[in-house]
Write a protein that binds this ligand. Structure first.
Ligand code: COA
Length: 379
């Protein structure tokens, strides 16, 4: 082992930082116009085939943009999603000796994070695969990603829906704080097109596919420019307003296996009303605990589910209507990418900030679950 192997020789501080992030964006994208044309073609076919049933209503580009702020979303499998006869992704099954698609996009994001940090895979101690949906029960996606990158140590999967990445960041930060790891990759491959019901007018426009990676490390080995983690806070409160009942016990009831509740379902209005005050208060309380004036936050990288929710949360936290500079959105081109959303916003909108600037990465979603990661730029 060479002495230049920085991760093995530096004296650890127990202070966690974000050393770098990575992003994989699927090349294919669906515009609202394409999505609505496909949905409305499905509606026409359905209504013609079921003349005695309550007719299904059309979707509309105007509604989608106004209600959510979403204009397009990236997907891993565009043509079948838009085919009114199929309306779901068709990703071919792979043999056991091929890398799985979730691991593949996770690895792409992770490689970028490692490259940006100047970190060699062999210097990473752990991989957490934190996402809303896992491709299979086991072996863990995290272990497959670990294997593909050549990382020693350990990995495991964790699922806290849209808050998976911030829960993963706190878990990684706790390993660093406890001295159990120096360098941890939190990878969030989100193929949300697989859990979305593309035939459901209320939600067919919401989600998109992506993968992100966050490298959480001890400050002692971090690159000169990094984001110090000032504090992390997690919260969960049970709610039935966002559900997905898909699971391995469904095979006990094959007659209900294809029912709509085996995909994403939500009471969007209730989610909006209940989550906005919960998250705004959580941010304000946690800022208080850390001795940070919420109004002084330079930037909020909020979960990307709905532009209106972000507007309200940012306003309550900052005390004024947030500009795009203060609370950037990536919803317009990515849609809701579940746990990856706030990380995409952070990845794309942090470099120009100055040393000493303080910001907040914040997620919220099903569970309910919410996570805050207050960060300060160094270097
Ligand atoms: N096209 C056109 N009209 C539509 C439509 C569509 N695709 N979907 C719904 N509508 C109609 C409804 O029928 C309703 O019509 P009505 O007023 O005549 O009854 C109207 O638009 C409002 O519907 P509603 O479902 O109340 O919309 P909304 O303003 O609440 O917006 C969401 C829907 C989902 C965008 C919004 O509730 C939301 O973002 N909630 C939070 C979601 C969230 O963060 N979830 C977490 C997921 S991780």
């Amino acid at each position: 082992m060479q002495e230049t192997h920085v991760a093995l020789t530096a004296k650890m501080t127990g202070r966690p930082v974000i050393s770098a992030t990575g992003l994989f964006t699927p090349p294919e994208s669906i515009t609202n116009e394409e999505l609505v044309a496909s949905f409305n073609a499905f509606v026409d076919r359905h209504n013609a085939a079921h003349p005695d049933a309550e007719p299904l209503a059309y979707s509309s580009v105007e509604f989608i943009e106004k209600a959510s702020g979403i204009k397009a979303r990236h997907v891993m499998s565009k043509a079948p999603i838009l085919d009114p006869e199929i309306m779901c992704p068709r990703l071919p099954e792979r043999a056991n000796d091929e890398i799985s698609v979730m691991a593949e996009i996770g690895v792409a994001a992770a490689k970028q994070a490692l490259e940006r940090a100047g970190r060699r895979p062999e210097d990473v101690d752990a991989v957490l695969c934190a996402a809303s949906n896992m491709q299979r029960a086991y072996p863990a996606m995290a272990i497959e990603i670990q294997q593909a990158l050549g990382i020693e140590g350990f990995g495991f999967d964790m699922n806290v829906a849209c808050s998976s990445a911030t829960f993963g960041i706190q878990t990684a930060a706790d390993y660093v704080r406890a001295g159990n790891a120096r360098s941890v990759l939190v990878v969030s491959p989100e193929i949300t097109s697989g859990h979305l019901n593309w035939r459901d007018r209320d939600s067919h426009f919401i989600f998109g596919d992506v993968a992100t990676a966050v490298l959480v490390e001890d400050a002692a080995i971090a690159p000169a420019q990094h984001w110090e983690i000032l504090g992390t806070k997690l919260k969960t409160v049970f709610s039935n307003n966002i559900r997905n009942n898909f699971g391995f016990l469904n095979r006990a009831h094959p007659e209900s296996a294809g029912s709509a509740d085996k995909l994403f379902v939500q009471e969007g209005r209730k989610v909006f009303k209940e989550v906005v005050p919960m998250v705004a208060q959580m941010i304000i309380d946690e800022a208080g605990r850390l001795g940070i004036d919420p109004a002084s936050l330079r930037r909020l990288w909020l979960h990307q589910a709905n532009a209106g929710m972000n507007r309200l949360i940012a306003q309550r936290v900052l005390g004024h209507e947030a500009s795009e500079d203060e609370s950037p959105t990536v919803l317009d081109t990515y849609g809701n990418t579940s746990s990856a959303g706030s990380i995409i916003a952070f990845h794309q909108h942090n470099e120009e900030l100055a040393a000493g600037d303080t910001g907040l990465i914040c997620s919220f979603g099903a569970g309910y679950s919410a996570g805050t990661v207050f960060v300060r730029k160094v270097g």
